[in-house]
Write a protein that binds this ligand. Structure first.
Ligand code: ZN
Length: 342
């Protein structure tokens, strides 16, 4: 066994969402992957730390400082930077540094491939202004480490987005296996706990014990399960993650839109809308893209002779409801117009 430390780095975070696409935010997937990786490596007895454990913003300098301080007293820790790609392409890539050979990168990509993801390539990337240096700072400026940067798939590719939603943890399990093999640790498959999406409360469970066991904060557990109190009952079903279950659509901001109007349209609070989109600037720009929960909304196309009143009557709604749901300021509608109905 090789007693090297593994530093797990969840890329991006906080106001830096990384790549966005198909209703997914890179920073969330990176964190999910990293937490799982951390727990599994720990389970296998491999010394492991994380650079961030929550949805926090880590500017470049802070991230490097963290990695350097975590690796200051140890010999060449592995640094695993978890990322999701974007920009046209499909499949997984692993980037390794100019100071290393390709052994670990190859092993990692092979294991991800065995879990069903398309293997794109392993490669080194050089800084254009200085080809002796790595392009990515997480490789370039973390001198004491043996780093790799893993891109699990392309967030803006439909096939990959589907796979990332459903199989990301499997791919990470592949990476865990690769790391164990590389460091010469015995590997056992996951006992399944961490990948679960639901948990049935057993005797003796508390929110605190479950939060520790599944590596999720008490607040998060309460939020995704809509819990008002801390009291659990035996047999109660708890959701353990919600990023798999919430689907998003892209909404394009129109003239006259406000956060309030959009949040009403999609039946969420303004606060949630701000959180989903990590908005720091609350002034909307026309054509700005916002993530909104996917709704199974019914659309009615206006026909000749229709009025708001007739449409409202037909659908058991009031004209006021129709107007607020559709963000209409007047009673005028035109043939072919799309009206959201309940
Ligand atoms: Zn990234």
């Amino acid at each position: 066994m090789n007693n090297r430390l593994v530093i797990v780095d969840a890329g991006h975070g906080g106001i830096d969402s990384g790549a966005v696409g198909n209703g997914l935010l890179e920073k969330d997937l990176n964190l999910e992957a990293s937490k799982y990786m951390y727990n599994r490596l720990k389970e296998l007895g491999i010394p492991v730390v994380m650079t961030r454990e929550e949805d926090t913003y880590l500017p470049k300098e802070d991230r490097i400082r963290r990695v350097m301080s975590l690796s200051s007293n140890v010999t060449r820790p592995l640094l695993i930077a978890n990322h999701i790609n974007a920009g046209g392409g499909e499949g997984a890539e692993v980037v390794y540094s100019l100071r290393d050979n390709d052994t670990l990168a190859n092993l990692v990509l092979d294991k991800i491939g065995e879990k069903g993801q398309l293997k794109r390539k392993i490669y080194q990337r050089r800084l254009p202004e200085n080809p002796n240096k790595d392009y990515y700072y997480i490789l370039r400026e973390t001198g004491n480490t043996e780093p790799i940067l893993i891109e699990y798939g392309f967030i803006d590719n439909k096939n990959d987005a589907y796979k990332l939603k459903n199989n990301l943890i499997d791919y990470v399990e592949g990476v865990v296996e690769a790391i164990a093999e590389y460091l010469d640790y015995p590997y056992n498959p996951s006992n399944g706990n961490e990948a679960k999406e639901e948990y049935i409360v057993e005797k003796g469970d508390t929110l605190y014990s479950l939060s520790k066991r599944f590596n999720i904060s008490i607040d998060e557990l309460k939020r995704i399960n809509n819990l008002d109190s801390d009291i659990l009952s035996i047999g109660q079903v708890l959701k353990l993650s919600d990023y798999n279950n919430i689907e998003y659509d892209t909404y394009i901001v129109k003239k006259g839109d406000s956060l309030w109007a959009i949040s009403r349209k999609y039946n969420i609070s303004v606060k949630e809308l701000i959180e989903i989109n990590n908005l720091t600037d609350l002034t909307l720009q026309i054509n700005q893209q916002l993530l909104v929960p996917k709704t199974n909304k019914n659309i009615y196309i206006v026909e000749a002779g229709d009025t708001l009143w007739s449409i409202a009557r037909k659908n058991n709604m009031t004209v006021e409801e129709l107007k607020s749901l559709n963000n209409l300021n007047s009673n005028l509608i035109s043939v072919g117009q799309e009206i959201i109905i309940k």
